[in-house]
Design a protein around this ligand. Structure first.
Ligand code: NAP
Length: 286
């Protein structure tokens, strides 16, 4: 892999691309709002003009954008990845999307002669900065082998999950569980404090028992301090809940808990908290 393209320099993409540059890869970046490229160019990246341009000049191009609409927009049209990719080059979409979107993108890329891998990630801003993401890969096995050195820079593990769609499905399972946990955690903390219990003591007691986990530890402190500094935008968590509930519909899998948690995230977006961290769901619950 001589050269790498990176499309999408939001919270996650910026940190992931920076790690690739620091590891010595030859990286070309592109972002819809071009101003976000400057920081990466200062680290040593080149700046591409369009997704097509990046895909045409790099051996393997990665993408990390917000949602299914954005992921499709990157690939389609005269300036899209599919128009530039050409035979044998690779495209790795790391955005969180649903399996149908991922399969559509795979079709666009492979029809243009390219190879496709989906690789959504588990882990938020800090793991992206630390290079400790969990990368959920599925699709072209030869491309998976070729991108391993880059995955090793961005993540701590990168299991191969099979055909395109299975990485997306795994990611939705993980985030659906996380959204459900955050929602019930917010309810517990709200209920306890209304009953007169001390918030910190609630957190300490939960943390000492079988429910202790890094998310409750990290988000618990944020809830008590009313600090909603964004690591994972709430609007993206609601997108993941929505996609997981839709997958449940497709597969006739009842998801009553996830469906109700999704409603709490929808309320939080309606209340204007979509750009804040997912922890801000607490504000509508309490
Ligand atoms: P973010 O900070 O909101 O960044 C979103 C990126 O998508 C920006 O580069 C944005 O470009 C781009 N974008 C949006 N619509 C676009 C369009 N129509 N065409 C081209 N580019 C478009 O999001 P993020 O937190 O980095 O998340 C990126 C993806 O990773 C999402 O799928 C999210 O669910 C997933 N994820 C996030 C986390 C997390 O903790 N943050 C963790 C795991 C997975 P502009 O700058 O021009 O707006």
């Amino acid at each position: 892999m001589k050269s790498i393209g990176f499309l999408g320099l939001g919270i996650m993409g910026k940190a992931m691309a920076a790690n690739l540059i620091k590891a010595g890869f030859d990286v070309t970046v592109w972002n819809r709002n071009a101003a976000k490229c400057a920081e990466l160019v200062a680290l040593g990246a080149r700046q591409g003009a369009t997704p097509k341009d990046v895909a045409a000049h790099c051996d393997i191009t990665f993408a990390m954008v917000s949602d299914p609409e954005a992921a499709l927009a990157l690939c389609q049209g005269p300036d899209g990845v599919a128009a530039g990719i050409g035979t044998g080059r690779g495209y790795v979409d790391m955005s969180t999307v649903d399996d149908i979107t991922s399969k559509t993108i795979a079709g666009l890329i492979t029809q243009a002669g390219g190879r496709f891998l989906e690789a959504p990630v588990s882990g938020t801003k800090k793991p992206a900065e630390d290079g400790t993401l969990i990368i959920l890969a599925a699709g072209d096995p030869s491309l998976y082998d070729d991108v391993k050195p880059a995955f090793e820079v961005m993540g701590k593990m990168s299991p191969y999950l099979g055909d395109v769609g299975q990485g997306a499905n795994m990611k939705l399972v993980v985030n659906m569980m996380m959204g459900g946990m955050l929602s019930i955690f917010s309810e517990g903390l709200s209920l306890g404090q209304k009953a007169g219990l001390d918030g910190q003591q609630i957190l300490d007691i939960v943390d000492a028992g079988a429910m202790s986990n890094p998310m409750f530890k990290g988000k618990g402190a944020m809830l008590l301090n009313e600090n909603y500094t964004t690591s994972f935008p709430l609007k993206h968590m609601q997108k993941d809940m929505r996609l997981a509930v839709a997958l449940g519909d497709q597969l006739d899998q009842p998801l009553p808990t996830a469906a109700i948690a999704n409603e709490a995230f929808k309320q939080a977006i309606k209340a204007g908290f979509g750009e804040e961290d997912m922890a801000a769901v607490y504000k509508v619950i309490k």
